[in-house]
Design a protein around this ligand. Structure first.
Ligand SMILES: Cc1cc2nc3c(=O)[nH]c(=O)nc-3n(C[C@H](O)[C@H](O)[C@H](O)COP(=O)(O)O)c2cc1C
Ligand code: SF4
Length: 503
């Protein structure tokens, strides 16, 4: 229980304003908020962007490792520049990526699929701020909008693929009138950088989708939680919002709040995101209750991914059936991020259910010979080259023992060492586990240690991997621990030669 008058929700913002965890800052923030100092210290140490000693952040995600991030770090060290590794920078298309918080915040332009107005996002289309879908939603009413969402078959693009209309109905159905929307723009899954481009290139689509959701769910406050390294992205959205408000496109409500992430992958998980909004360590909550019943401030909350919300205006304007028919094996068009050993890493919109072969055509082909790919972020594990024609949709990938996740595809050619690739992902999950539950905290550590021992020549080091994986899958609180074993287990399954005892 906090002391009366304590203002916990401001502590992360205040810590950031003070330049992170510097001497004297905790006391100062305590005096401004009333939150106990030990509590503030506990929060501050959870977020790596609040470490003032971090210097240049060098990404050690899979694509950046493949592209030689260790050399980048070594060069910075040799120049005497302060630098530290981070799990992911959301710039796999510019691998090996490094980010200097003091330097130029801009991201160079990535590669895209050609403009195609028959797709919901159409990244290269003009971001014409029409807001006519918002007008249509107001005229036709909430039941009609949710009905079109249901017809569209839109599933969440943040990773879990949950039907969007279901969540909107669940929030609408709550008796509680104080409700919130939280836009999940934390985009931290290695291999994924699509939400960055949606906001940079189509900010009005995002704003219009959010305004429609606020109208349908009778929400007065929208929180935009945006990853801390995306300063330029946040600025693009703020500019678009100011322009739309100045033109009167959005009306007087809802109120818009921007909140920066502070460098913790787990805060992309929706309940951890809510904890961060409330000024706490980003530790996922036990469910139920789900955020649609008790989310931000314990009130009904719709947490929605950027791409999902950006699909809404097109569905309202052109109808649910139009969106559904744009898919190949499942409804809708989808943004796929392609990086690793490909000629043109980038963001490619395509019918949901295209294959890696189709995406490679868009991305200029494999550099070298295809060996493996990770279809949907670190949590999706690895698939072998002979799965090149598998439809990349929610169902087909789940049937194959993988997942579409955030559709961050990383392509590996035959120079890749699968033990090394599994180790890169194991290090990621160990670093980013919030440590709250034992199966994940200890399991991620055991998997990383087992791989290191195996590499050091201990031939039976991987003997217990399936037991550890079972425990993590069954008993972890959130999706991180439930899937963190997938890279190693799938690498062992599909590339047994590389994991055979060597003595
Ligand atoms: C470990 C973990 C990390 C996640 N990271 C993100 C993220 O960066 N962005 C995102 O939109 N969803 C992320 N999710 C999924 C969210 O929990 C949630 O399902 C999503 O934001 C809901 O929006 P959607 O229905 O539009 O997909 C993550 C889930 C887990 C388990
Ligand atoms: S599974 Fe891992 S990340 Fe999720 S709550 Fe448990 S310790 Fe935290």
């Amino acid at each position: 229980m906090l002391p009366k008058g304590a203002d916990r929700e401001r502590i992360l913002e205040l810590l950031e304003e003070e330049g992170g965890l510097r001497p004297g800052v905790v006391t100062k923030v305590h005096q401004q908020t009333g939150v106990p100092e030990a509590d503030i210290y506990g929060v501050a140490t959870f977020y790596h962007l609040l470490d003032p000693e971090g210097g240049v952040r060098v990404c050690q995600g899979l694509s950046c490792k493949l592209a030689g991030c260790d050399q980048v770090k070594a060069d910075l060290d040799a120049r005497g520049k302060k630098a530290s590794y981070v799990a992911c920078l959301g710039r796999c298309d510019f691998a090996p990526a490094a980010w200097d918080p003091e330097g130029d915040p801009t991201t160079p332009e990535t590669a895209f699929s050609p403009s195609d107005p028959s797709f919901a996002i159409d990244l290269l289309g003009a971001d014409a701020p029409r807001y006519d879908a918002l007008e249509i939603a107001r005229e036709r009413g909430s039941d009609w909008v949710v009905g079109e969402l249901e017809t569209s078959g839109l599933q969440g693009r943040g990773g879990a693929g949950f039907p969007t209309h279901f969540k909107w109905n669940a929030v609408r159905g709550q008796a509680e009138r104080e409700r919130y929307i939280a836009l999940n723009a934390d985009e931290g899954e290695p291999g994924t950088f699509k939400d960055r481009e949606v906001i940079l290139r189509r900010p009005h689509l995002v704003l219009e989708g959010l305004a429609i959701a606020a109208e349908v769910l009778a929400v007065n406050d929208i929180y935009i939680y945006i990853r801390g390294e995306f300063g330029q992205v946040r600025a693009a959205l703020e500019r678009a919002l100011s322009a739309a408000q100045a033109r009167g496109d959005l009306g007087d409500h809802p109120r818009w709040h921007f909140v920066d992430g502070h460098g913790a992958y787990i805060c992309g998980e929706e309940t951890a995101l809510i904890e961060a909004l409330e000024g706490k360590r980003g530790m996922p909550r036990l469910r139920p209750p789900y955020p649609v019943e008790k989310g931000f401030r314990d009130k009904p909350t719709l947490v929605q991914n950027v791409e999902t919300i950006a699909c809404v205006p097109a569905i309202v304007r052109q109808g649910g059936a139009w969106f559904r028919d744009a898919g190949r094996t499942q409804p809708g068009s989808k943004l796929y991020c392609v990086s690793g050993h490909v000629a043109r890493p980038g963001v490619y919109e395509a019918p949901l259910g295209v294959s890696l072969r189709d995406l490679l055509d868009l991305a200029g082909g494999v550099v070298g010979t295809l060996k493996a790919f990770s279809p949907g972020g670190a949590s999706s594990g690895f698939l072998p080259a002979d799965q090149i024609d598998l439809p990349l949709d929610f169902k087909s990938l789940a049937d194959a023992g993988s997942m579409l996740g955030s559709a961050g595809l990383v392509v590996l050619n035959d120079t890749a060492d699968m033990v090394e690739a599994a180790l890169i992902q194991a290090v990621f999950f160990e670093d980013e586990s919030c440590g709250q539950c034992a199966p994940c905290r200890i399991g991620t550590q055991m998997l990383r240690q087992a791989l290191e021992r195996y590499r050091a020549g201990e031939t039976d080091a991987l003997a217990h991997v399936s037991n550890i994986a079972w425990g993590m899958g069954e008993a972890s609180i959130c999706g991180l621990g439930q899937a963190a074993w997938m890279p190693l287990s799938s690498a062992m399954k599909y590339f047994p030669d590389e994991f055979e005892p060597t003595d």
